[in-house]
Ligand binder design. Structure first.
Ligand code: HEC
Ligand code: HEC
Ligand code: HEC
Ligand code: HEC
Length: 136
C-alpha cells in the first residue's frame, strides 16, 4: 500500500516536472520582426532566428521588464512584453533606445559587433545591414 502511494507520488512528480519543461514558453523559433507603431515609410522587417539565439544567449541578454520607467532585470518565468510596448516614439525613454528600431539596433547590433570582434569569421556574415535585413 505504502509502495503504491510512493509510486503514484513519484509518477506525479515526474509529470509535473515534464510539464514544467514542455510548457515553458520560449516563444516562436523563427520570427520576422517589424515595428507596428513607428513603422518607417519603407518598412524593413528583420529576420530573427529566436531558437538559434537561445542556444548561446541568455533570455536576460534581450528580455527585461520595467517599473516606474526604470529597467527591471529579467527573471525566469516573467511575462515577456513586446519591445514596442515600451520602446516607441513618445515613450520618454532615452533617445537612442526610444523606438523599437533604436532599442533593437542597440541590442542586436551591439552584440553582433562584439561577437564579430571575438570571432573574426563572423565579420563577413555581419557586414552592413546583414544578416538582419537581407536584400530581396
Ligand atoms: C543585428 C540586426 C540588425 C542589423 C545589422 C540592422 N538592423 Fe535595422 N532593425 C533591426 C530590428 C530588429 C529592427 C526592428 C524591427 C523592424 O521594424 O524592422 C530594425 C529596424 C530598422 C528600421 C525601421 C523599420 C521599420 O519598418 O520601422 C530601419 C529603417 C532599419 N532597421 C535600418 C537599418 C539599416 C539601414 C541597417 C544597416 C546599416 C540596419 N538596419 C541594420 C535589426 C537590425
Ligand atoms: C537574442 C535575443 C533574445 C534571446 C536570447 C531570447 N529572446 Fe525571446 N524574443 C526576442 C525578441 C526580439 C522577441 C520579439 C519581441 C517583439 O515581438 O517585440 C522575442 C519574443 C519572445 C517571446 C514572445 C513574446 C510575445 O510576443 O508573446 C517569448 C515568450 C520569448 N521571447 C521568450 C524567451 C525566452 C524564455 C528566452 C530564453 C530561453 C528568450 N526568449 C531568449 C529576443 C530574444
Ligand atoms: C516593460 C517595458 C519594456 C519592455 C517590454 C522592453 N524594454 Fe527595453 N527598456 C525598458 C526600460 C524602462 C529601459 C531603461 C531605459 C533607461 O535607461 O532609462 C530599457 C532599456 C533597454 C535598452 C538599453 C539598456 C540595455 O539593457 O542595453 C535596450 C537595448 C533595450 N531596452 C532593448 C529592448 C528590447 C530589444 C526589447 C524586446 C526584446 C525590450 N527592450 C523590451 C523597458 C522595456
Ligand atoms: C547576445 C548576442 C546577440 C544578440 C543580442 C543578437 N544576436 Fe544575432 N547572432 C549572434 C551570434 C553570435 C550569431 C552567429 C551565430 C552563428 O553563426 O554561429 C548571430 C546570428 C544572427 C543571424 C544569422 C543566423 C544564421 O542562421 O546565420 C541573424 C539573422 C541574427 N543574428 C539576427 C539578430 C537580431 C534581429 C537580433 C535582435 C533582435 C539579434 N540577432 C540579437 C549574437 C546575437
Amino acid at each position: 500500500m505504502m509502495m503504491k502511494k510512493l509510486l503514484i507520488c513519484s509518477l506525479a512528480a515526474t509529470f509535473l516536472c515534464l510539464g514544467g519543461i514542455s510548457f515553458a514558453d520560449n516563444g516562436p523559433a523563427d520570427m520576422m520582426l517589424q515595428a507596428e507603431k513607428d513603422k518607417a515609410k519603407k518598412p524593413k522587417p528583420a529576420v530573427f532566428p529566436h531558437a538559434k539565439h537561445q542556444e548561446f544567449a541568455k533570455c536576460a541578454d534581450c528580455h527585461h521588464s520595467a517599473k516606474d520607467g526604470k529597467q527591471v532585470a529579467y527573471v525566469d518565468g516573467q511575462e515577456i512584453g513586446k519591445c514596442e510596448s515600451c520602446h516607441y516614439k513618445g515613450s520618454g525613454l532615452p533617445k537612442k533606445i526610444e523606438t523599437y528600431k533604436g532599442a533593437a539596433h542597440a541590442n542586436c547590433k551591439d552584440c553582433h559587433k562584439k561577437s564579430a570582434a571575438e570571432k573574426p569569421e563572423l565579420a563577413e556574415k555581419f557586414k552592413g545591414c546583414m544578416p538582419c535585413h537581407p536584400k530581396k
